[in-house]
Design a protein around this ligand. Structure first.
Ligand code: ZN
Length: 504
């Protein structure tokens, strides 16, 4: 499906409007409080309630739109109208993939009908509470384990949020505002992080001062392409598809180059060099990923450093044509040195050569999907290709939710994320859907430079293990956080690993 993205994320403070479904306004959040306001569209997976088994998540909402017959201004117990019933179905759909353990609702037709589809889908009975005794409900909820949904009213929902330690923001407009969905996360420091989502048909009072709080930088490795079909036509095809999506959606990205891929039969191929020019012409950035993608944990510092210098040659040429220069280095395999000596040597070398390290927070097994996808393509197995493609976006969304949760546990907030993907055929076909997923989750796409302004990236990293792991885990390991912190990381589906013939 193709979305028409009507905003320019490069313009500061512009709201992003989706035309696919009814999406929303948001108000400027109070900057002193842990209240995040994000956009929401159809069929999203909201938060990482599965990823983090230690803390519970509480969803709070009011009932949907009700029937108000014109002759009766305020009927005592109205039922939902069509819009309200539709919203109730949407709620069940949205929370379908979330772990839910308890459902609470008042005993009115409108609240019961709002929560009924979710209760049925999850096979969890509705526990009735008294809307006039909210302290009792808050006490009860605090004593429960697991994830909880509370359906109430315009005048109870905000109060419940407050009683549970969250920030309700402005009062709910009783007449028109049916789209708020609060998500409260318990933070390790005992505070509550409040995410205010909007779902379903939109609340009328839209405002132009909206701002998106989640930020992500898209980084794409192994340029010009990492693919089984090493023909120039395929390299060109992958490049064209990636760049047309990035241009259409006006999403900034940085590509990390392996210059050995610019050669064919030991000679520089000008067609491939032009692919790098295409990236720059589309307004994207380029960085160094080593000439031959060497593994720092398998070669000496000297050999690795030479490979970095060798990998600058033609990238420098095309950057110079645009009046730019090399700035970022991305470690192949995210291997930064498996001893402190080696790590320090490389860090110093990069600094002396004016490189900024490009970290990754959302690390993932997209390369396994990509290999499975290309093998299926080679054997013309259309059905398997689709199956892999259909599993790819939900997998990336689960990974993202997991790292959002890790960020909240480590920093008590959501940091600007950096995503790692590769220049491959899978992303040629699915980058558009991948970006839509991030947009649904309320992300603003930013440059790597912008993402790295987040002070989280100044956290110490003294990880010297062998793994090529996310910086979130490096920071956590350096801080010495408990093992349970790492629990629940989503894995690549078995059938994808089998199709790729790679174990994660
Ligand atoms: Zn790579």
């Amino acid at each position: 499906m193709g979305l028409n993205w009507s905003s320019n994320p490069k313009t500061a403070n512009n709201p992003i409007y989706l035309t696919l479904s009814e999406t929303k306004m948001m108000r400027k959040p109070n900057h002193n409080c842990p209240l995040t306001v994000v956009f929401l569209a159809l069929a999203l997976l909201i938060c990482s309630t599965k990823a983090n088994t230690q803390s519970s998540t509480i969803f709070l909402l009011r009932h949907g739109e009700t029937v108000f017959p014109p002759y009766q201004e305020n009927p005592p117990n109205p039922h939902l109208n069509d819009a309200g019933l539709e919203r109730a179905r949407l709620l069940a759909k949205m929370l379908r993939s979330e772990q839910i353990d308890h459902i609470f609702s008042t005993d009115y037709r409108r609240t019961q009908q709002t929560i009924a589809p979710l209760s049925e889908a999850k096979n969890i009975p509705i526990t009735v509470y008294n809307g006039r005794k909210l302290e009792d409900l808050a006490r009860k909820i605090k004593g429960l384990r697991g994830n909880i949904v509370v359906c109430g009213h315009s005048n109870t929902t905000g109060e419940m949020v407050q009683l549970l330690g969250g920030r309700p923001g402005e009062k709910i407009d009783r007449q028109t505002e049916f789209d708020r969905l609060y998500v409260l996360h318990q933070l390790p420091n005992g505070q509550t992080h409040t995410v205010l989502l909007r779902y379903g048909a939109s609340y009328q009072r839209q405002t132009a001062t909206a701002t998106v709080q989640r930020k992500i930088a898209i980084t794409i490795d192994d340029l010009p392409a990492v693919t089984l079909d090493k023909s120039n036509a395929n390299y060109q095809d992958i490049t064209d598809k990636l760049l047309s999506t990035l241009e259409k959606t006006q999403v900034p990205a940085i590509g990390f180059v392996n210059e050995n891929k610019l050669y064919r039969n030991n000679r520089l191929d000008p067609v491939r060099l032009d692919l790098l020019r295409d990236w720059l012409a589309s307004g994207m950035e380029l960085g160094n990923h080593g000439f031959a993608h060497k593994d720092y944990h398998r070669v000496s510092f000297r050999e690795f450093a030479e490979d970095i210098k060798k990998g600058e040659k033609y990238t420098n040429v095309v950057l110079k044509e645009q009046g730019q220069q090399l700035k970022y280095f991305r470690h192949p395999f995210l291997h930064t040195g498996n001893s402190s000596d080696k790590q320090l040597q490389l860090t110093k070398f990069l600094k002396d050569n004016n490189y900024v390290v490009a970290p990754v927070t959302i690390d993932n097994a997209e390369y396994i999907f990509a290999r499975a996808y290309e093998l299926a393509l080679q054997s013309a197995d259309q059905e398997l290709m689709e199956k892999i493609g259909n599993a790819y976006i939900p997998y990336m969304e689960q990974k993202t939710a997991y790292f959002e949760s890790q960020s909240r546990m480590l920093f008590n907030r959501e940091i600007s994320q950096t995503l790692l993907i590769h220049a491959n055929a899978l992303n040629g076909d699915y980058l558009d859907e991948l970006l839509q997923m991030y947009q649904r989750r309320g992300y603003q796409f930013v440059s790597l430079e912008e993402a790295l302004k987040d002070p989280a990236y100044k956290s110490p990293d003294r990880f010297t293990g062998d793994g090529g792991i996310t910086w979130l885990h490096r920071w956590a390991i350096t801080k010495g956080v408990d093992r349970s912190f790492y629990k629940g990381e989503p894995t690549c589906p078995e059938f994808v690993q089998n199709a790729a013939n790679i174990r994660e």
